[in-house]
Design a protein around this ligand. Sequence first.
Ligand code: GDP
Length: 219
Amino acid sequence: MNSGQKVQEQNNEKTIEFGRWLFAQTCTFVIGAAKMEDLPEAKQTEVAFAGRSNVGKSSLINALINQKNLARTSNTPGRTQQVNFFNLGKLLTIADLPGYGYARAPRETVRQWTDFVGDYLQSRVQLRRACLLIDGRHGIKESDREVMKMLDKNAVSYQIIITKSDKIKPVQLENLLSKTITEVASHVAAHPELIATSSVKGTGIVPLRATLAALTTER
Ligand code: GDP
């Protein structure tokens, strides 16, 4: 092992430890915002979670903050779509975006979803990254592509997070990852690294915490 590698490993260990520490801080619900005027003051680094309805977003947020029921599925059709904000200690704000793609045409849902959520994503100076959740069983769908295009267009940095990886075989996961990496490479605002997670098994939670925690120290 050369000294460069050692430094890298120490950095990784430090980041993992920082992620563990950060996500052990008290997480509190701030507000459910349905319009721009409701948005909380942007005081700290923010990350947003987006994905199709039922992708496993609430489960993943709850797994990250190690609580059972803080984030809830808020996608009941007909209910006002809102962005739920949570503060993790005094360092990170988590924005839980409404799910999209629920039994409608991809373009139409994304257009509706885009109204307020799009304004939020484009205007939020504190927002460092949007985690775009993709169900491991389905891969990237048309509605996800519409959202990716919107994020690219507005230069919102985003990262693909695979969910429910426990539901597919390792070889299927490998195939999905390589296919997704290839697709992501053509998207200008997409982060090149993917993280595969399972909220049920706890897979990928430690690296995702580390990745998000590291964003709080970037200026
Ligand atoms: P949301 O609508 O995106 O917030 O999705 P939820 O977190 O409510 O999850 C939707 C469904 O998928 C629920 O029945 C969860 O129990 C299930 N689910 C979520 N994450 C996982 C996972 O990692 N593995 C498995 N097997 N099921 C999951």
